[in-house]
Design a protein around this ligand. Structure first.
Ligand code: GRF
Length: 209
């Protein structure tokens, strides 16, 4: 049984999608906690209503990024995570924090990485005139939005699209993509090799001597 800790900053719809899929599909995992850096994050209400432990580590209470990340790490580690899932967690993370969770922290980014890292991805896609846009789930590394990609979902960019219409189309796919990727991790089917992710057909056998 794997422990998953989910970090959110706001609405939490991706968190909700992961929680619902885990329950519906009976993954060998539990959501050990949902943690927010914003006390007012809407997603906390959903987690509490499901009986999931929640915590707030408010970045505004800390003088530096390093102090905040250290406090966040301490709180996360109280829940013995096998996997940390960033779901709309709007913080740039320090290198020691990222290193601590190397190979066991996933993020979802609303673009077809390596295109459009950072913020405002939907408007960036419209401005660039691309025909296709989407979302990427990737392992988190020190360079923002650059870690090994696990899976991507694609949507068309349609004539007349605004940032909002395009974001809504991508979000529908995010809600399928993130549970799929997290489930692959839970099933031990993700292997990082030379900076790329290989997906195993089935879980790796334990190595024997
Ligand atoms: C999603 O589009 C996600 O890809 C991005 O921030 C948004 C969060 O939405 N990182 P939600 O909080 O999961 O509803």
């Amino acid at each position: 049984m794997k422990n998953i800790v989910i970090l959110i900053s706001g609405r939490g719809s991706n968190m909700e999608a992961v929680v619902r899929a885990l329950d519906a599909e009976q993954w060998p995992a539990r959501i050990a906690a949902v943690i927010s850096n914003k006390p007012e994050a809407k997603g906390l209400e959903f987690a509490q209503a499901r009986g999931i432990p929640t915590a707030v580590v408010a970045n505004k209470d800390f003088a530096s990024r390093a102090e905040f990340d250290a406090a966040l790490q301490e709180t996360i580690d109280c829940f013995s995570p096998d996997l940390v899932v960033l779901a709309g967690f709007m913080r740039i993370l320090t290198a020691p924090f990222v290193e601590h969770y190397a190979g066991r922290m996933l993020n979802i980014h609303p673009s077809l990485l390596p295109l459009f890292p950072g913020l405002g991805t939907h408007q960036q896609a419209i401005d660039a005139g691309v025909a296709e846009h989407g979302a990427t789930v990737h392992f988190v590394t020190a360079e923002l939005d650059h870690g090994p990609a696990v899976a991507q979902a694609r949507v068309p960019v349609l004539p007349g699209d605004t940032e909002d219409t395009l974001a809504a189309r991508v979000l529908i796919e995010e809600h399928k993509l993130y549970p799929t990727a997290v489930r692959l991790f839970v099933e031990d089917r993700l292997v990082i090799e030379d900076g790329n992710v290989r997906i195993l057909d089935r879980a790796a056998e334990p190595t024997s001597i």
